[in-house]
Write a protein that binds this ligand. Sequence first.
Ligand code: FBP
Length: 337
Amino acid sequence: MDAKPSKPVTLDRFLVERQRLFPAATGELTRVITQVGLVAKIISNHMRRAALEGLRGLTGAVNVQNEQVKKLDEVGNSVFIEAFEYVDIVGALVSEEMEEPCILSPRESGGRGKYVVLVDPIDGSSNLDVDCVVGSIFSIRELEGTVEESILLEGTRQVAAGYLMYGPSTILVYTAGDGPHSFVLDDEIGEFVLDHETIRMPDNGTILSANFGNYGKWTKPARAFADRVMSGGPEGYSLRYSGALVADFHQILHRGGLYFYPDERERPEGKLRLIYECAPLAMVAEQAGGSATTGLRRVMEIRPERVHQRIPFAIGSRREIESYGAHYASGEPPRPN
Ligand code: FBP
């Protein structure tokens, strides 16, 4: 059972103490994760004040995903850039909102860029303007060679990953290969404090999360899985779909279950983006004992071909992922028990 701390442990203190467990640690990764904490504080403040500051609605622009850009998408993206543009150990920032990586401290001009940060600044954009939960997703990789060479590598090459959730409270969850750990923002002291250390995802669970409105578009394996779980078996699933992957995944991380956004006949690549949505959450899930798949492949082993590549995605408890995968591998398997 994940440990609840006896006295408030701030994110800063936790990162420094954790660092001592890794003799080779330089403190640079700690610096990057601390900046992610700063981003969370600033974005959560904008979320709370969006209606008051005229930050609802569209900018009028269309992004590289061919989606209409919300004002808060743009704000979220700028907050990430501003948080890392003066941190010279971050050489570049890749974002769902930007066609090309934003080069911050290029080595060519003497920059010490050691890391590249990859982000989905606002996950669950369709929830903006109606005050429902949204989040941010981040991944940190070593800058080895060019930015493109460093990011078009398997998820297993991530050095850290996690997400931020802007809901009733503001939550930060990260893993750097020893997690995941979650923190909650204490507005009174303006600091993140440890909430759960070394979270374990239950091996199976009852949370089921998918946009069943797309059922008719799904490919046969996904529909076969859905038919099986919706036919009222012993698992007794409860449907929970918030419109924000981060919020649905957070629930599954603690309670177990499965989120899936599968391949569709007209969209075999699915919707979600590999390197700044799926791979980071897959790292968190695997660290907690869970798993993530396309149906046929372990997400963490996929080598991206393009920065904004999409994949079919399922993430959650080990047993649910096994059952989901089995529907892709060979049609109708026995139920997960
Ligand atoms: P964004 O990053 O553009 O928000 O897209 C991802 C996402 O919003 C997920 O958070 C969510 O689970 C899914 O897409 C919702 O998609 P749909 O509205 O098609 O169900």
